[in-house]
Design a binder for this molecule. Structure first.
Ligand SMILES: C[S@@+](CC[C@H](N)C(=O)[O-])C[C@H]1O[C@@H](n2cnc3c(N)ncnc32)[C@H](O)[C@@H]1O
Length: 266
């Protein structure tokens, strides 16, 4: 084979393999290692190093990288949330962002909250480094943004205290029990008339995409598959918690944004 062809093949195979290996080592691979070492105590032991080590956060958190992980749908999914938030009257109300995420979701959601009149935004995460990093994306805001280190599965916020609550790609990272608690807590803190936004993965409509997605989850995000059916958040929110939901999907059903509403006080 000519050497240019060998080089091309090496790049075409080597680069994706190296990228996949990098992500595996600092996500699911690190959790497997923690399990082998018996190092699984503590509320943040399920969090991948990619979200807790500052050098990894800085290495990965670039919009084009994050958008490509979400198949180019990142901006659209955030827009589903911010468009709805901008139609709310959040005057003198509080907004909660339950866990940080890579990309510009935090600044965009904070912007939408203050544009709708919010009094204050609380940014919660179980990892202090995530809060510090998210803060750096909010150089100046029209109102206060409070950073709170806390656990989405056991929120310290009082019941019915926030008028919008955003969970952006958190649920797929949590085991079934944690997922159930995080959804229940997100609903508990929602004030009358308030909206809960849950953006996450969804069962793709088309078979080939479903197969690829299934492989991705098996390797990188094993808890994510439950969102496809056995633990559809809408079942819990609408069925058990009595919050009517609407769902928008994107990329042939691969992603979803659920909007759950608590009825306004009579
Ligand atoms: C929301 S996901 C973001 C993943 C997604 N792939 C992204 O960046 O778009 C990861 C965040 O959730 C946080 N997190 C994980 N478990 C949590 C929990 N129980 N309570 C609060 N934050 C949590 C992590 O610390 C991390 O900041």
């Amino acid at each position: 084979l000519p050497s240019w062809l060998l080089w091309t093949l090496a790049v075409l195979i080597g680069v994706p393999t190296a990228v996949a290996l990098f992500f595996f080592v600092f996500t699911e691979g690190a959790l497997l290692l923690r399990k082998l070492r018996g190092d699984t105590v503590g509320p943040a032991s399920h969090v991948y190093p990619i979200y807790s080590r500052m050098w990894l956060i800085h290495m990965v958190d670039f919009q084009p990288i994050i958008s490509s992980i979400l198949l180019g749908q990142y901006g659209r999914l955030v827009s589903f949330i911010t468009r709805s938030m901008r139609q709310m009257d959040l005057k003198d109300k509080d907004v909660l962002v339950t866990s940080c995420a890579f990309g510009n979701v935090v600044p965009r959601v904070v912007d939408a909250a203050f544009a709708s009149g919010a009094r204050r935004v609380e940014l919660l995460d179980i990892v202090a480094n995530e809060l510090t990093h998210a803060r750096s994306k909010l150089p100046a805001t029209p109102g206060p943004v409070d950073l709170v280190q806390g656990d989405a599965t056991a929120l310290a916020q009082p019941s019915h205290s926030v008028s919008a609550n955003i969970l952006f790609f958190l649920l797929h990272e949590l085991d079934p029990e944690m997922k159930r608690h995080a959804i229940a807590e997100a609903a508990r803190v929602l004030a009358p008339g308030g909206k809960l936004y849950v953006a996450d993965f969804h069962r793709p409509d088309a078979r080939p995409l479903r197969l690829l997605s299934w492989l991705y989850f098996k390797v990188f995000e094993p808890f994510g598959l439950a969102l496809w059916g056995t633990q559809d958040p809408v079942d819990q929110l609408q069925g058990q918690l009595g919050l009517p939901c609407t769902r928008q999907t994107a990329a042939f059903g691969n992603f979803q944004v659920i909007e759950a509403t608590r009825a306004a006080a009579a």
